[in-house]
Design a protein around this ligand. Structure first.
Ligand SMILES: Nc1ncnc2c1ncn2[C@@H]1O[C@H](COP(=O)(O)OP(=O)(O)OP(=O)(O)O)[C@@H](O)[C@H]1O
Ligand SMILES: [Mg+2]
Length: 369
């Protein structure tokens, strides 16, 4: 027998989120008052099946919230039955709303459904190794720290690195037909890295890649995102093409280092984005300079590449991020520097992106002739 939660309990427990779903447990029917064998009321915490690695922590959080109130009640965790999983799945559909459900039926991404508030931002570069993934992760964490709902789609299928950089070790969970992206530092993350063994080279042909991206966009519960950041593979290949098709409202930011050679290659990727009618919104210069202990600025990779690229593309130079050991270390250990109170340039970059607002779409049907 299940009783409904009384208002006092709701108040105490209503703020606890399911960590990966980022939806209150009470909204998902994951907290229920049940009678024990002795007829005493107890609180049942329904856990996903199989129980995720955070199940114990979540139980502790619920127990603590309950202990703060007058009514003593035991908390028992129980793995969701098939019926309960169905209940959770249908609550997720409610959370997403009808436009998302309708988009999914047509195999279209809910993030680009009519009325979706999500800004999709593709981070692109010409060359590899310029810090694209580091920028994605730290920008996402900085945006999440500013109160936004953020997801990262690691579309760099050949060189996925985002889960590691976010310290995520668990795989996506499956509820009904939906994949649930694991969350690290408040950022939801989906990556090819979850589905292949480490060190296995991934060979993708265009159509397979297209299909994989479709699944990541359509069959994933992204929730009500403010920002979906996409870590694109270096260069101008199939992924950009697929994204242009699935997410026509994507905005592109181009990362470059200050060298002229890097800038020229970055320019090609920006022009390719424009060919796909994706608006390039700005340039991010990474590894701009190094500030020594003596306070002196060393321009290790030369200077001016970012500004020059911004000028050629007629877009703003949004950030000049320094070479900082903390950025490298943060990526290696899975604690992004932006999460460790070292948001620095990333905080400013996040603000600049907020201030810029979404791209205005040019719609030919609105043209006055
Ligand atoms: N501003 C920075 N300061 C110090 N180290 C950095 C900085 N940006 C990136 N790095 C380091 O440089 C290396 C490459 O960065 P990252 O993996 O983010 O680049 P990428 O463009 O995504 O590369 P790939 O093309 O391999 O995907 C990483 O070890 C990262 O920690
Ligand atoms: Mg990368």
């Amino acid at each position: 027998m299940t009783e409904t939660l009384e208002p006092g309990l709701l108040e105490r427990l209503g703020g606890i989120l399911e960590p990966d779903l980022r939806v209150p447990l009470v909204k998902l029917n994951m907290l229920k008052v049940v009678k024990s064998g002795w007829g005493k009321s107890q609180l049942k915490l329904v856990t996903l099946n199989p129980p995720p690695e955070y199940a114990n922590e979540l139980e502790a959080e619920v127990t603590e919230a309950l202990a703060s109130g007058p009514k003593a009640m035991r908390v028992v965790s129980e793995v969701a039955s098939a019926e309960e999983l169905e209940e959770i799945a249908s609550s997720l559909v409610d959370v997403e709303g009808t436009a998302a459900a309708a988009a999914r039926l047509e195999r279209k991404p809910p993030v680009s459904a009519a009325g979706s508030k999500t800004r999709v931002i593709g981070i692109s570069s010409g060359k590899g190794g310029v810090g694209k993934s580091s920028v994605c992760v730290n920008l996402a964490v900085a945006l999440a720290g500013r109160g936004h709902e953020v997801g990262i789609l690691d579309a760099d299928v050949y060189g996925f690195s985002v889960p590691k950089m976010l310290g995520i070790t668990r795989k996506p969970q499956l509820i009904g037909n939906l994949m649930i992206p694991p969350v690290g530092f408040g950022v939801r993350c989906m990556s090819m890295g979850f589905f292949v063994e480490d060190d296995t080279p991934v060979v993708w042909r265009g159509p397979m890649l297209h299909k994989a991206l479709e699944q990541f966009l359509v069959d994933v519960f992204w929730g009500d995102l403010d920002y979906l950041i996409i870590d694109m593979p270096p260069g101008t290949g199939d992924v950009a093409l697929s994204l242009g098709e699935y997410l026509p409202k994507s905005e592109i930011l181009v990362v470059t280092t200050p060298q002229p050679a890097a800038e020229r290659v970055a320019q090609r990727s920006a022009l390719a984005a424009r060919k796909l009618k994706l608006p390039v919104r700005g340039v991010i210069e990474n590894m701009s300079h190094f500030v020594g202990d003596d306070g002196k600025i060393y321009e290790i990779f030369g200077s001016g590449g970012g500004a020059q690229l911004a000028e050629v593309l007629s877009v703003p130079l949004l950030a000049r991020l320094p070479i900082d050991v903390k950025i490298r270390q943060g990526g290696d250990v899975g604690t992004p520097s932006a999460a460790a109170g070292e948001a620095g340039g990333f905080e400013d970059l996040a603000k600049a992106i907020e201030d810029m607002g979404p791209a205005r779409r040019y719609r030919s049907e609105l043209k006055i002739t």
